[in-house]
Design a protein around this ligand. Structure first.
Ligand SMILES: Nc1ncnc2c1ncn2[C@@H]1O[C@H](COP(=O)(O)OP(=O)(O)O)[C@@H](O)[C@H]1O
Ligand SMILES: [Mg+2]
Length: 385
């Protein structure tokens, strides 16, 4: 059994080993609960900048209270140790789910985007720019909640600059064109990174990848991504396309707006899917016919607006929308207050706690082999420039 540190924490199991330190499942013996502990690597303890950055990460994240941001419980420094105590997120990072599943269905992706955008909005409202939004920093809780973590390189107005001059922070595949171009990051840079994450979820590959980080950075500035699979509805393409705008001013105005749009599109898709799946009731009375015709025209119009597979089928046959085979009104799990949906909306996808498989309670998760995984992983998920 490992020794206690900070007079209360005991390490139980290592969850991950990252650039700055390792993350453990640990027990808080005083409060009798399980937590996550992130420790600064021993080799960085003597490094003043690293210690200050770690402290800044703790302060930045501790100031943010939102259901889509992993909570900071505690921070401590000892002679031989610096540690951050966080809410334990019981599932797995999105990077792991993508590695296993290849890509996600459209509705699941929209749900992820909406949740991350809500968390980002809370950060941006507090003046914090995350600067490292990527699947490895988006943790999926057992109930399907997405939690943003790792504010290690976040820009905090109160924290001052910890980045050395001339150094670009971030992970190159998710780096915004303005950062790649040497300009500073703003809230819109986080939205660009969220666009990359959405693109990756929908297509199974990041929009830009190459042999070297510099080549990837140049692609962010000058190249257009390959089109998303033809089965992705038009409204979703438009949202992802706008998130990936080269000019930050052409991106959505705020993370809150992204959340609203993603949620609205998702609801429309669900309604459309349900309308297509439900055979019209037998109409005997004449007066029932008129509303049915109006509804039919309405759905046709909605379908035309959304485009893509839901109205036109899947031309390439490579991508299918979540089916409603698993949708059952009686299966709807409890949804936390902040994400409560109108009664027509099914519950979110459910990720199992062990992280070994994906359990979708009401929406079948679409998975595909990942055609881009080899190149993506060859560069590594922590390919910093
Ligand atoms: N609060 C948490 N609960 C559960 N796992 C976590 C938590 N925070 C981090 N992890 C795990 O540790 C990994 C690295 O954490 P992160 O904060 O991103 O550190 P790094 O700076 O090394 O990237 C994550 O991808 C995740 O697997
Ligand atoms: Mg990280």
């Amino acid at each position: 059994m490992t020794a206690l540190f900070g007079h209360r924490y005991r390490l139980l199991e290592r969850l991950a080993s990252g650039g700055m330190g390792d993350v453990w499942r640990a027990s808080d013996e005083q409060l009798g609960r399980t937590v996550a502990v992130k420790r600064l690597r021993a080799e960085y303890l003597a490094d003043d900048v690293a210690r200050r950055r770690f402290r800044a990460e703790a302060r930045t994240a501790a100031a943010l209270m939102h259901p889509n941001i992993a909570r900071v419980y505690d921070y401590g420094e000892q002679e031989d140790l610096a540690y951050l105590v966080l809410e334990l997120v019981g599932g797995e990072p999105l990077s792991e789910l993508l590695r296993r599943s290849g890509r996600l269905g459209v509705e699941t992706t929209l749900e992820l985007v909406a949740q991350v955008a809500r968390g980002l909005h809370a950060a941006h409202s507090a003046g914090v720019v995350h600067r490292d939004v990527k699947p490895g920093n988006l943790l999926l809780d057992a109930d399907g909640t997405v939690k943003i973590t790792d504010f290690g390189i976040a820009l905090n107005p109160a924290g001052g600059r910890l980045t050395e001059t001339g150094t670009i922070m971030g992970t190159v595949q998710y780096l915004s064109p303005e950062q790649a171009d040497g300009r500073s990051a703003g809230p819109a840079s986080d939205l660009y990174a969220l666009g990359v994450v959405a693109y990756e979820c929908l297509s199974g590959r990041v929009p830009f990848d190459a042999e070297t980080p510099v080549a990837v950075a140049v692609m962010h500035v000058h190249e257009e991504p390959a089109p998303l699979p033809s089965s992705v509805p038009e409204a979703v393409r438009a949202l992802v396309g706008q998130l990936l705008s080269k000019d930050p001013l052409e991106r959505p105005l705020s993370a809150a707006q992204v959340a609203e749009r993603a949620e609205a599109i998702r609801r429309s898709l669900i309604e459309l899917r349900r309308a297509r799946a439900t055979p019209p009731p037998a109409v005997s009375a004449y007066r029932a016919k008129c509303p049915a015709v109006v509804a039919g025209v309405g759905f046709l119009l909605l379908g035309t607006l959304l485009g893509g597979s839901l109205t036109a089928g899947s031309p390439d046959g490579a991508d299918t929308e979540e089916t409603d085979a698993s949708v059952s009104p009686t299966e709807t799990p409890v949804t936390p207050e902040h994400t409560k949906q109108p009664p027509t909306t099914p519950a979110r996808p459910h990720y199992d706690a062990a992280g070994s498989s994906v359990t979708i309670t009401t929406t079948k998760l679409h998975t595909e082999p990942n055609p881009g995984s080899t190149t993506t992983r060859a560069l590594g998920s922590d390919n910093k420039v």
